[in-house]
Design a protein around this ligand. Structure first.
Ligand code: ARG
Length: 581
């Protein structure tokens, strides 16, 4: 609807340009907002105020002209002007009802990619395998997964890439430790964090060990079969830990999506030589660097992107350049999204610029760093265990499920133990994910069990519960939510019905926004408002106790679309809905 109104307004602007009312050289950024107070209309635009100056007219007079030039459309029942010159639009409820009916008939709920479908590479999760996944990887995994699901649902081709850190000097240390403790190692690898700590301790204490560790790095890089076998074994175990976390979290990554740093090893020399041929390399203190004018330090000196160290070793940036080229040449990506900590923002700006300059990717391939802030504890400080260690993801999820268990048991003492366990799992995991997803990704966020597990407010339990309310209406009727064919048509009469209907019709728009901006919190907000409007509708418009059969049927259809939209929306966020809780 917003798009439609923008188009109508754009047509009016063109007409006024032809008539000489507006200067021919303006291209206004037309904004249409959903009106808060529906008595003044469903949508509003401030266009007349924006253009009053260039038109040299009073905003209200210009608004009159714009309204007169607006083409008629069946979706718009009425247009008026309010206040200093706002243009208000009233939606036609018969047209809206037809839209909702068509959404009900569509497994896609009328949500489709706004533009052409693209091939989108989504780089997310991407932990370093030397250590166990910790809370820092939670955000990338959860946010990236939600955006990947939304893109896919809209019809884009999504290629997931888990760019794991499986290469680098730490691996020499880990291999040396594995060799030294061949028997214990297998058992100790069950606890990677501890394994890493032990290896690091040996490394710091013993020069002998440290030397062996360095040797192993060199051997590994030279492709020594024994070293490679050990390294492989280590990575398999570590990836197994990651997969267990993905499965438990409902993150849709699989082993097939893993393409780690090591996969690019044999292309790194080529990247450096191609940069040299392109005339982009400068040697600085023995290292090979690219200096770009657009990146300067505080003293206005250009910053280097180092692609090869003085000793010959390659870096994180070199690998990312190779990965970009691969994503262009082999994966044929139109667009690549990186869900990585905001602190790597400069790194991505730099490697994107270098890749474009060197021609590794074409100018029209979109490269976007979807940065996110730090996850803090409830006290707003970096998330740590009581004794200052890093919090393991599995421990965190255990606690979430336990707390959910207690809460649900209190609310619903009659549930069987098995049911309770299933609900606690869905609510606990859903709460952790939703709390993260519902904040703007670029801000830091405080992890707070008490808030995320509340059954009111913008939380997973609240939305999951809203879905069960819809489900229970259909359960009472012993009718599946999808079986509506024999019901009377959908008609929007009461204000609460129109409000709910207008919001339901925004689902596709909302998903397209999330796909463009990589911001799942916008979908969370949409669903929260949907649940809220459903509550209003549920209170004001009795369904099962409606005045007559036709009204009951129409309301059932509206409830069914709400239920399916809530379920689909939560599903796109990677959250499971329950039939009862
Ligand atoms: N492994 C890196 C880290 O944990 C993240 C990698 C992100 N992806 C990329 N293509 N650089 O910081």
């Amino acid at each position: 609807m917003k798009n439609l109104i923008s188009q109508l307004l754009a047509t009016a602007v063109d007409t006024l340009k032809h008539e000489g009312v507006l200067p021919a050289d303006i291209t206004p950024n037309i904004q249409v907002e959903t009106a808060r107070d529906k008595t003044h209309g469903d949508f509003a635009s401030n266009l007349a105020m924006m253009l009053a100056k260039p038109a040299k007219m009073k905003p209200r007079d210009l608004a009159d002209k714009i309204v007169a030039a607006l083409p008629a459309h069946q979706a718009v029942a009425n247009v008026n002007i309010a206040g200093p010159g706002f243009i208000n639009f009233f939606q036609d409820s018969a047209w809206l009802a037809a839209q909702l009916q068509s959404a009900l008939n569509d497994p896609q709920l009328n949500a489709r990619a706004a533009g052409e479908a693209q091939r989108v590479v989504v780089d997310y999760s991407s932990p370093n395998l030397a250590k166990e996944m910790h809370v820092g990887h939670l955000r990338s995994s959860i946010i990236g997964d939600a955006v990947a699901r939304v893109l896919e649902f809209l019809g884009h081709t999504v290629i997931r890439q888990n760019h794991v850190g499986d290469w680098g000097t730490q691996f020499g240390m880990l291999l040396a430790y594995m060799e030294e403790n061949p028997v214990d190692a297998e058992a100790e690898l069950g606890d990677l964090e501890n394994f890493y700590r032990q290896a690091k301790k040996r490394f710091d204490e013993s020069d002998d060990f440290a030397n062996r560790a360095r040797e192993r790095v060199v051997q590994l890089q030279a492709g020594d079969p024994q070293c490679l076998a050990l390294w492989n074994r280590f990575n398999q175990i570590s990836l197994g830990h990651c997969q267990a976390v993905y499965d438990r979290l409902g993150v849709s990554l699989t082993q097939a999506d893993v393409r780690g740093e090591s996969a690019y090893n044999d292309q790194l020399a080529g990247i450096v030589s191609d940069l040299r041929s392109a005339g982009l390399l400068t040697e600085s203190e023995g290292a090979q660097c690219v200096f770009l004018d657009e990146f300067k330090n505080s003293e206005d000196k250009p910053l280097p992107v180092i692609v090869q160290k003085a000793g010959g070793g390659y870096l994180y940036a070199t690998t990312d350049l190779a990965a970009m080229r691969y994503r262009h040449e082999q994966l044929h990506a139109d667009r690549v999204l990186y869900f990585v900590d905001q602190r790597q923002a400069l790194h991505f700006q730099q490697v994107f610029a270098v890749a474009r300059k060197a021609g590794f990717v074409p100018a029209d391939m979109q490269l976007e760093h979807m940065g996110f802030g730090t996850m803090n504890g409830a006290d707003g400080r970096p998330f740590k265990t009581r004794d200052g260690g890093t919090v393991k993801l599995t421990d965190l999820l255990d606690e979430a499920e336990q707390r959910a268990h207690t809460l649900v048991a209190e609310k619903n003492p009659e549930l069987s133990a098995a049911e309770l366990r299933e609900i606690a799992r869905a609510v606990g995991i859903g709460a952790v994910k939703y709390a993260d997803l519902s904040k703007h990704r670029s801000s830091d966020y405080s992890f707070n069990f008490d808030l995320m597990l509340r059954f009111d407010g913008n939380t997973a339990p609240y939305l999951m519960y809203a879905y069960t309310r819809v489900a229970s209406v259909f359960r009472k009727l012993e009718r599946p939510m999808t079986q509506l064919d024999d019901l009377a048509p959908l008609v929007l009469e009461a204000p609460a019905e129109v409000e709910l209907g207008a919001h339901l019709a925004q689902f596709g728009n909302t998903l397209n926004y999330v796909a463009r901006e990589g911001t799942p919190h916008v979908l969370c907000h949409y669903l929260y408002e949907l649940a809220d409007r459903f509550s209003g509708f549920y209170e004001q418009c009795p369904i099962l106790a409606a005045d007559n059969q036709a009204q009951r049927d129409s309301r059932l259809r509206l409830a069914a679309l709400t239920g399916r939209t809530l379920q689909q929306g939560l599903n796109l966020l990677g959250i499971t809905t329950l039939e009862r809780m």
